[in-house]
Design a protein around this ligand. Structure first.
Ligand SMILES: Cc1ncc(C[n+]2csc(CCOP(=O)(O)OP(=O)(O)O)c2C)c(N)n1
Length: 277
């Protein structure tokens, strides 16, 4: 990947984080932590990797992204907004009764491919999409993004076995390994060690990357596309709440509320990153 392209994607990831602040605002709960940990991944997927365009949302050969950890919808809304899928004003109306953008992804939102939020289901949905695209001989690929806490859901392991059994190589899964779930560390709440070995034993090609390194994410996607006869899973080593010092690794900001003071601090921290770019 060219350095200029990498820089552009880093700037987009930063913009997505600014958009998170715009959506969450002051005094209302919002899923900052698990959204921010995905900013680089969504920047690479939507702005580099995927065949996806706001003016071709019904293109049968578009690539699909299913956010299985649907509570992190805000980061997907940010990316879809920056892609031009809906007007910017919608960001301010997020999670309001008459707003377009609801608390979890919904098919009424342009660019959303699946209703998610009940954890564990997105991989099964993605597998169905990938199988049907293969039947249609479509070049399209499907990307499914799961959480590490989500790995305790049984249904996703059924989908994992089925995808390997059917040699579904147009499907790439991600695990946002940010090590914290809703109320504390994933290792304390429901420990699932050796994720790489587990997915490998289930027949998947496993790739581990720093989930905040644009170049590494890009390299992993290239590898995933080149591996034939089995699906790939990319384990993203990430920090929950990345780029916000008060939220990094802190379960309180899984779905926390900003005071005016914390909101201003968050903006300042992003401004400092911007200045350093
Ligand atoms: C089936 C189901 N059970 C419980 C929840 C409530 N819930 C929402 S987010 C969350 C924690 C998810 O943790 P993780 O997958 O690690 O997400 P991340 O830390 O990346 O936000 C839980 C338990 C849910 N959405 N669905």
């Amino acid at each position: 990947m060219l350095r200029s392209e990498e820089k552009k994607l880093r700037e987009i990831a930063l913009q997505l984080r600014y958009d998170l602040l715009e959506m969450i605002g002051v005094g209302v709960a919002g899923h900052l932590g698990g959204s921010s940990s995905l900013a680089e991944t969504l920047a690479v997927l939507y702005f580099h990797q995927m065949n996806f365009s706001a003016d071709r949302l019904d293109d049968p050969h578009r690539d699909r992204l299913v956010l299985s950890k649907g509570h992190a919808a805000l980061i997907q809304y940010a990316a879809l907004c920056e892609k031009g899928c809906f007007p910017r004003e919608e960001l301010k109306r997020v999670k309001t009764l008459n707003g377009l953008l609801q608390g979890h992804p919904d098919l009424s939102i342009p660019g959303i491919e699946a209703v998610t939020g009940s954890l564990g289901q997105g991989l099964s949905i993605s597998l169905g999409m990938a199988l049907s695209l293969r039947l249609d001989k479509s070049p399209a690929r499907v990307y499914a993004i799961m959480g590490d806490g989500e790995q305790s859901e049984g249904q996703l392991w059924e989908a994992a076995m089925a995808a390997a059994n059917f040699k579904v190589d147009n499907l790439t899964a991600f695990i946002d390994w940010n090590k914290v779930q809703a109320t504390g560390p994933t290792a304390t709440i429901f420990n699932i060690p050796d994720l790489d070995k587990k997915w490998s034993a289930f027949g998947w090609n496993v790739i581990g990357v720093n989930g905040h390194d644009i170049g590494q994410i890009f390299g992993a996607l290239e590898e995933a596309e080149s591996v034939k006869g089995k699906p790939s899973v990319i384990i993203l080593d990430t920090i929950k709440g990345k780029s916000f010092s008060f939220a990094e690794g802190n379960a309180a900001y899984h779905n926390g509320i900003f005071t005016e003071e914390v909101y201003q601090q968050a903006r300042k921290e992003l401004d400092a990153i911007k200045e350093g770019m």
